[in-house]
Design a protein around this ligand. Structure first.
Ligand SMILES: [Zn+2]
Length: 113
């Protein structure tokens, strides 16, 4: 197990990585798919299924997906001992501009138990 600095977040429209290239994949139905190995020594790569360059159609569904994502972030930050705030976007366009960061911020500041 490496020493991770934090989490890099992607959406599934990410041009730079394929589905096989993520450590964790959070499906729209809340299922988390875990890959066999960590692919990067410095960061855990988490992909959220969906194209967040478009406005969110079903906010209820996405809210549930964000809840699963927050639980994953908290679990990883606790397992690898980094601050759960060390969650960064892959880039300016990944995840897309409509990604609901506010849904994560609220919950990471007040972690669910
Ligand atoms: Zn990406």
């Amino acid at each position: 197990m490496g020493e991770f600095a934090g989490i890099v977040l992607h959406d599934s429209a990410c041009p730079a990585r394929t589905r096989a290239g993520f450590d964790f994949y959070v499906c729209k139905d809340g299922t988390v798919v875990t890959s066999q190995d960590f692919l990067d020594d410095d960061h855990v790569h988490v992909c959220v299924e969906g194209d967040f360059s478009e406005p969110i159609e079903n906010m209820g569904l996405v809210r549930e997906q964000m809840f699963v994502l927050v639980k994953l972030v908290l679990r990883l930050s606790s397992a690898f001992k980094f601050d759960p705030e060390k969650l960064m976007a892959h880039g300016d366009l990944c995840p897309g501009v409509e990604f609901p960061w506010h849904e994560l911020k609220i919950r990471i500041d007040r972690p669910p138990h």
